[in-house]
Design a protein around this ligand. Structure first.
Ligand code: IMP
Length: 433
């Protein structure tokens, strides 16, 4: 059986973790393949509400194996903290969680560098989460980064390697007149966690192929979203990893032909946290109402998310890039109460219709939305278990999105709880072979 890949279809925060949690029952292995502690995946289960950052959210299932893949950048201190917090809440991950020796290490200098660079960009700041993601990927691509495999080295070697890497970054801080960090203290801190980290570190590429060979069913859990992808997103207002389908291969060592099912997650409206253009952003009271109803505040940073109407132009671009087999639509319940719900079906620049989704942020910033209005609904949706139980207007909205995106919508989420989910048996059968 080919691996299932979960991809964020928009600007992140689509509610991927709920879908991962939902699908996990049919899988044995869950893998994160990009990003790091900038992610915030919230799952509401019988044990309560959990926010995952670096550890794959599918691990709430007791028999599942979890992998932090080579495409990630990992803050080892935050990883241990998350591991300990989850363990304290009853999630036992003993001998079922592994970290790639080829994943890169986020160090305190990367976090400081994130803030120094953001301050330097002034008005053009990206709105980074400040978790050191961009600087860690920069070090990776400059071939000066540290990989998690360093934790397998002897303690004195580890000390020297870390100290050298901090010194290197300190020279850049000095050029920015920013405070430098004590290389010795940081190196000692890393040596201090070596024994705790070492047992997790393995060659996960090898392990994944082995698991696959034994018939284990693999699910790849994307973080962020397609429009934040370093290559295909709204550059430069993007994250530093490959959040679309290509990253699933590069970030795990699986082969393209190992992928069997690609599930795109789309929220029923759009949100963006951080800066950058967003043509269908809603200002004023409607935007605020959406933020409040949807609880649209960042899981990682607590920042208010910018809200907007569903953007079909961006959605079609996401479909084109990722080739989804099916789509899970989330947070439909949040739209209850609007007399009209809008869908952005096109863009105009200086009064003229444009074709497609522009590749760079400057062009996107010039686009004005063209809306299609659909009648709204007032009913709460969370008790509906079939598409037929939804109010006609909500059903029409789902069908219009499906028609516009050209991909079957197989799941509709109407609330945070596991049971607040509609499985479209009509469309589900068309994508399951
Ligand atoms: P960074 O990934 O921390 O460098 O942030 C770069 C951009 O990606 C900023 O606009 C962030 O707000 C955004 N971003 C990073 N991670 C997430 C996420 O998990 N959800 C939504 N936006 C994110």
């Amino acid at each position: 059986m080919g691996a299932t890949v979960i991809i964020g279809g928009q600007w992140g925060d689509e509610g991927k973790a709920k879908v991962v949690d939902f699908l996990m029952g049919d899988h044995d292995v869950v893998v994160r393949f990009q990003g790091g502690a900038n992610a915030g995946h919230t799952v509401v289960s019988g044990l309560g509400k959990f926010a995952f950052h670096q550890i794959p959210s599918g691990l709430l299932y007791p028999a599942v194996t979890g992998i932090l893949g080579n495409g990630m950048v990992i803050d080892p201190f935050a990883f241990l903290q998350e591991y300990n917090d989850l363990s304290a809440r009853g999630v036992d991950m003993t001998e079922r969680l592994f970290v790639s020796s080829a994943a890169h290490v986020v160090t305190p200098v990367h976090k400081l560098m994130d803030n120094v660079l953001e301050a330097d960009r002034r008005d053009a700041s990206i709105g980074s989460t400040g978790k050191g993601i961009g600087p860690a990927y920069s070090d990776k691509h400059m071939r000066s980064g540290l990989r998690m495999g360093v934790f397998l080295r002897e303690k004195d070697e580890l000390f020297d390697i870390i100290e050298r890497s901090i010194d290197w970054n300190n020279r850049i801080f000095a050029a920015y007149n920013a405070p430098t960090l004590s290389a010795e203290t940081i190196a000692s801190d890393f040596v201090g966690i070596k024994d705790a980290i070492e047992p997790f570190v393995v060659d996960t590429q090898e392990a994944l192929h082995e698991l696959q060979g034994k018939g284990r069913r693999i699910l790849l859990e994307g973080a962020q979203g397609t429009l934040l992808d370093i290559d295909h997103g709204t550059y430069p207002f993007v994250t530093s990893s490959s959040c679309s389908i290509g990253g699933a291969v590069a970030g795990t060592g699986l082969r393209p032909r190992d992928i069997g099912r690609i599930v795109g997650i789309f929220k029923s409206y759009i949100t963006r946290v951080g800066n950058g253009p967003m043509p269908s952003e809603i200002g004023g009271p409607d935007g605020e109402a959406l933020r409040e109803r949807g609880g649209e505040y960042g899981t990682t940073t607590g920042r208010p998310r910018r809200c907007g109407w569903f953007d079909m132009v961006a959605g079609r671009y996401s479909v084109q890039l990722n080739g989804y087999d099916e789509i899970a639509l989330t947070k439909l319940d949040v739209l209850s109460g609007f007399s009209t719900v809008k869908i952005c079906t096109g863009y105009r620049v200086a009064g003229r219709a444009t074709a497609g989704f522009p590749q760079n942020a400057e062009s996107l910033a010039r686009c004005e939305p063209v809306y299609e209005d659909l009648p709204g609904w007032t009913e709460r949706l969370s008790d509906a278990r079939t598409i037929e139980e939804l109010p006609a207007a909500a059903r029409r909205f789902v069908e219009r999105l499906e028609e516009g995106l050209g991909v079957p919508i197989t799941f509709v989420s109407t609330g945070p709880a596991r049971e607040e989910t509609i499985i479209r048996s009509d469309t589900y059968s068309t994508v399951r072979k």
